[in-house]
Write a protein that binds this ligand. Structure first.
Ligand SMILES: C[S@@+](CC[C@H](N)C(=O)[O-])C[C@H]1O[C@@H](n2cnc3c(N)ncnc32)[C@H](O)[C@@H]1O
Length: 216
């Protein structure tokens, strides 16, 4: 794993600007495009302490998450007053289990995750530098059941204007990473001049995008 200290440091210092207080409205609006059923198993890679886990657990019987930071995982359960069962696994991970939720604390790339039907990726692929993305996508693909779907929230801006994370992962790269899949762009929100990334960071453009990725 490259640079785990970067993320451990962010969580230790509570520098978690990516964390949303509420469920991501894009998840609520676009999840239906994955044609979800209650039985579909769901994976949230690099899940942080996202509220999206709670929303997904109201819709699905089996939701797995993977998160490097033990601080994040413990905060997630504490902030919801959930008391999980905690099991050490293979010396490198801990599994936190509570009702529909199974969260692996430790490195996603080596976590003993089970195959799933739907993946929800928000701020995960875009959290990784370019040289790690192929390995990340290979691990995701290795976990997909036949007929699986992915809902991906990505970002598109000029990478030369800002250092990530979050990185820009634009449509061409997504189509190349998932070349053997059907990729549909469901949404693109082009930021206007008042958006902080343009008004404060001085970017010339910044867009949030949602993709549906389906095995053909
Ligand atoms: C930008 S945050 C997004 C978190 C979450 N998806 C959300 O929407 O709030 C990226 C997260 O990935 C985690 N992370 C980074 N590398 C990881 C790895 N190799 N395995 C598991 N988690 C990792 C970080 O600790 C961080 O919480």
């Amino acid at each position: 794993m490259r640079d785990p200290e970067f993320w451990h440091g962010k969580w230790a210092a509570n520098q978690i600007g990516f964390h949303l207080e509420d469920v991501n409205p894009l998840l609520i609006e676009y999840w239906q495009h994955t044609k979800p059923t209650h039985e579909d198993k769901v994976l949230v890679p690099l899940c942080g302490k996202s509220e999206d886990l709670v929303w997904l657990a109201t819709k699905h019987a089996d939701v797995q998450g993977a998160e490097l930071s033990n601080i994040a995982v413990r905060a997630f359960f504490a902030e919801h007053f959930y008391t999980p069962m905690v099991m050490p696994i293979n010396g490198q991970h801990e599994l936190f289990q509570f009702d529909e939720l199974s969260i692996y604390s430790g490195d996603f790339f080596t976590a003993p995750l089970k195959p799933v039907d739907i993946v929800y990726d928000r701020a995960s692929l875009v959290a990784l530098p370019e040289e790690m993305r192929a390995e990340y996508v290979a691990k995701i693909k290795s976990l997909l059941n036949p007929g699986a779907r992915i809902l991906l929230v990505s970002l598109d801006y000029d990478q030369s204007e800002m250092a990530g994370p979050p990185f820009s992962v634009a449509e061409a790269e997504i189509r190349s990473l998932f070349a053997e899949y059907k990729v549909t762009r469901l949404y693109r929100d082009e930021a206007d001049q008042d958006h902080p990334k343009i008004a404060k960071k001085g970017l010339s453009r910044f867009a949030e995008e949602v993709y549906l990725i389906e095995s053909e």
